[in-house]
Design a protein around this ligand. Structure first.
Ligand code: GDP
Length: 302
């Protein structure tokens, strides 16, 4: 239900147009596909993904000898789920250790909703009975540490910090020791996301990761990239840069509730091959949902 609510804007935009298209055509022809292509591109599905999808649809229409535009609609949802799930087998579930400390590293540029997502996720784990510690590794952006502390208080979890401008790797070291001595299950690490200088970004992330790898064998268990769905194709560009800078294992797509172009989920999956693990559907603590391709596609039409 949450999923459906969060996709209201996208659904009104996307399925409204598809319904209108289907109503206007008597048979499925080249013009029909051209219009459909345009609708998908406007929903930010992404050029490559749209081309793949249209190709698949045409083959399916031919194979099943579909004439009625209304029938194409159900094929569209089938193919969308396929595109999403077919990209690879990578699970949308987080890699959480059954025993010992799990370390989750968050990356992403300022303003995408990184802090909010960390807070929401901490809340989720806490309500599952897990002990969570947060590491204030964004020592660069003014206010980032305080903002994480606000979330820490709200959720009721400890935040390990040093002063502004301190070495993020040193913060990680402290946070890991604290998490271990407090017997925490999950350590969630914030980092600064400066894209202006890719070399610095890479160096900083590498240094932070080295400390984590050294102190906790097998960690970080996830490197989660946070992207803002409302930035559309820009989010894709950010993702490509971060992918070059570090091993991103999953994506959190925030503010899906705030865009009519929720097709970006499909573009990310298809063009980057990194699974979307969570989506942000609002500003509140509970507004984080595990991603589910079928629910998503259903939410686009239902
Ligand atoms: P950060 O700079 O990446 O840490 O971004 P913040 O966590 O401070 O979030 C930036 C703004 O986006 C804040 O006003 C958040 O409340 C808002 N925000 C974050 N996630 C979501 C979401 O899923 N939906 C909506 N509507 N707003 C969000």
């Amino acid at each position: 239900e949450k999923f459906k609510d969060g996709l209201t804007k996208t659904r009104d935009n996307f399925s409204g147009k598809v319904n209108d298209l289907v109503a206007r055509y008597r048979k499925v022809d080249e013009d029909f596909f051209e219009e459909l292509e345009e609708i998908l591109i406007q929903a930010d599905v992404g050029f490559e993904t749209v081309m793949d999808l249209i190709e698949e649809l045409k083959m399916e229409v031919k194979r099943k000898n579909i004439q009625d535009p209304a029938e194409v609609q159900s094929v569209i949802s089938e193919k969308l789920v396929e595109i999403y799930e077919g990209a690879d087998e990578a699970s949308t579930e987080l890699n959480i250790q059954a025993e010992g400390l799990t370390v989750l590293l968050f990356v992403g540029v300022n303003g995408v909703g990184k802090t909010t997502t960390i807070g929401k996720l901490a809340h989720k784990f806490k309500s599952e009975g897990k002990k969570v510690v947060l590491a204030a590794g964004d020592t660069f952006r003014a206010g980032a540490i305080e903002q994480l502390e606000v979330w820490g208080e709200r959720v009721g979890v400890d935040v390990i910090k040093q002063g502004a401008g301190s070495d993020p790797a040193a913060v990680m070291f402290d946070a890991i020791q604290a998490a271990k001595s407090r017997n925490a299950d999950i350590l969630i690490c914030d980092t600064a996301g400066r894209l202006q200088n890719k070399v610095n970004l890479m160096k900083e992330l590498e240094k932070v990761k080295r400390v984590i790898e050294r102190e906790v064998p097998g960690a970080p268990h996830e490197v989660l990239l946070v992207l803002d769905a409302t930035t559309g194709q820009n989010a894709l560009i950010q993702a490509k840069t971060f992918k070059e800078a570090t091993n991103v294992s999953g994506i959190v797509l925030t503010k899906l509730d705030g865009t009519a172009k929720g097709g970006i989920v499909l573009a990310i999956r298809n063009e980057l091959g990194i699974p979307v693990k969570f989506v942000g559907l609002g500003e509140k603590m509970d507004d984080l949902q595990e991603f589910n391709a079928e629910q998503y596609v259903y939410g686009l039409f239902a």
